[in-house]
Design a protein around this ligand. Structure first.
Ligand code: UDP
Length: 454
């Protein structure tokens, strides 16, 4: 997978075994941003939580992200052993995610300059998240002579195959960029076996270099607790049946499917004491929402049954889950679906679309219900079943935390450490092989240009 042609320039990583410090690239969104609005979502949570866990195991992590406010310091400590480096690249505000490729050069320069302040060999490995960071990681890998691990998180082709009405397709340039990064990365991390298959089928990834590592949830924070107290804290009616949506409000996440299905349930059973809670902020191509979602609820005559809440920090979000009877994840496409795991960890059944990682995150019939497609009949029937059957809900609620317990960030970070070790060993073996080859050809054993493996 290491691309042909361009060779690493910096001097040898040969013989290095201990994993001490990782450079993590998260160009398009800072792990310190509030998730659930704009471009901040599950990836931000993933980057921060795995960094914390790696640091707990003695691996320092430095996360490079693009500065989006003028008052940000160049370096912030996110947690012991975890630094966030805010790289100035382009305007602080108002740069659309689709225009970020114009800032790849500026961002890359910032990353390389930060590394140049240190002695060679400061980072043992670079891990890029999302294809834009992968483009930067590819060059950093070559300059620093360390392996590149890449996580795509989402793929343009997969997203485009499941577009919601009104959604804008991902451009061909992204697909090309993804393909390049897949070809260049030394190892790839996929969230699920399905994502691994997609990387192989769409981008011709080398199957031996794709590791499946499930994301997790903060199980210390997300755990069952009193629903009555949670509702009192949030000012929610204790008598209503509460169905909650949590996430970035955009067409891909399909909160409209939940609102339509709730309207159908209420039309069939006007006595259903149902409330829909939508937690999150506008994002991407859904910038007109939640206004358009409010308008939809009004059009369907259920505006008085729908409550909107701005994005919540994690501790408040745990209370939101605990207050809920059901959490709905109707997404058209979902690489994994952290919300589904967090809700189950809090002891709440999940109704989810049978797409992407949600098929792994939810145990159909045991901890929730998986719905095929986005037809309102099916969604209303799944929701109606759970609303009308408290005993079924209670059974699923009891099973949910046991299922969620299999997904922890410490488990994810353990998987990452093993992927990193493997990448470093393969890298060193390539260098050793190159040196042996050169000795065999009568060279002095040093690369003629001091470069690493190709
Ligand atoms: N989130 C949050 N506050 C909110 C809404 C969401 O902290 O008000 C977090 C949530 O806890 C989850 C993440 O945002 O960890 C969303 O991740 P998910 O995988 O469900 O969706 P993505 O954003 O990656 O598409």
């Amino acid at each position: 997978m290491t691309g042909g042609g361009v060779l690493p320039i910096a001097g040898g990583a040969a013989g290095r075994r201990e994993l001490r410090r990782v450079a993590v690239l998260s160009l398009h969104t800072s792990p310190l941003n509030q998730p659930g609005t704009g471009d901040a979502g599950g990836m931000n949570v993933y980057v921060l939580e795995t960094a914390r866990e790696l640091a707990r195991h003695g691996v320092e992590v430095e996360i490079f992200t693009r500065a989006t406010r003028s008052d940000l310091p160049p370096v912030e400590e996110a947690a012991p052993g975890v630094l966030v480096r805010n790289v100035v690249a382009g305007p602080f505000e108002g740069l659309d995610k689709r225009d970020l490729p114009t800032q790849l050069c500026a961002f890359t320069a910032g990353v390389l300059r930060a590394e140049a302040q240190h002695a060679p060999g400061y980072y043992d490995l670079v891990h890029s998240h999302y294809w834009l960071s992968g483009q930067v990681g590819w060059l950093a890998r070559d300059r620093w002579a360390v392996p590149l691990v890449h996580t795509a998180h989402t793929l343009a082709a997969v997203k485009n195959a499941a577009l919601a009405a009104g959604d804008v397709p991902e451009p061909l340039s992204r697909r090309i960029g993804e393909q390049q990064v897949v070809a260049e990365a030394d190892r790839l991390v996929a969230n699920t076996a399905e994502e691994r298959r997609q990387l192989i089928a769409i981008h011709d990834a080398d199957p031996d270099r794709v590791d499946v590592i499930a994301p997790g949830a903060d199980l210390r924070r997300y755990r069952p607790g009193g629903a009555v107290a949670a509702r009192a804290e949030l000012g929610l009616d204790p008598a209503e049946t509460l169905v909650t949506f949590v996430g970035r409000i955009q067409p891909l996440k399909a909160p409209d499917v939940l609102v339509r299905a709730a309207a159908r349930v209420l039309a069939q059973d006007p006595d259903a004491n149902l409330r829909v809670l939508v937690v999150g902020g506008p994002s991407g191509s859904g910038l007109r929402q939640p206004e358009s979602l409010m308008a939809l609820a009004a059009e369907l005559g259920i505006a008085h049954r729908v409550t909107f809440m701005p994005p919540q920090p994690p501790d408040r979000l745990a209370q939101v889950y605990r207050a809920s009877d059901v959490v709905a994840v109707p997404s058209h496409s979902e690489s994994f679906g952290l919300v589904a795991i967090e809700a189950q960890a809090c002891g709440v059944p999940v109704v989810a679309a049978r797409v992407g990682g949600l098929g792994v995150a939810v145990r159909d019939g045991e901890t929730g219900v998986l719905v095929d497609g986005h037809g309102i009949d099916r969604w209303a029937s799944a929701l109606g079943m759970l609303i009308r059957q408290p005993a079924l809900r209670a059974r699923m609620a009891a099973a949910a935390p046991r299922h969620a317990a299999a997904f922890s960030w410490s488990h994810t970070a353990e998987g990452l450490r093993s992927t990193y070790r493997r990448a470093m060993l393969d890298w060193d073996a390539q260098i050793a092989g190159q040196v042996v080859g050169q000795v065999g050809r009568g060279s002095d054993g040093r690369g003629s240009d001091g470069r690493g493996p190709d």
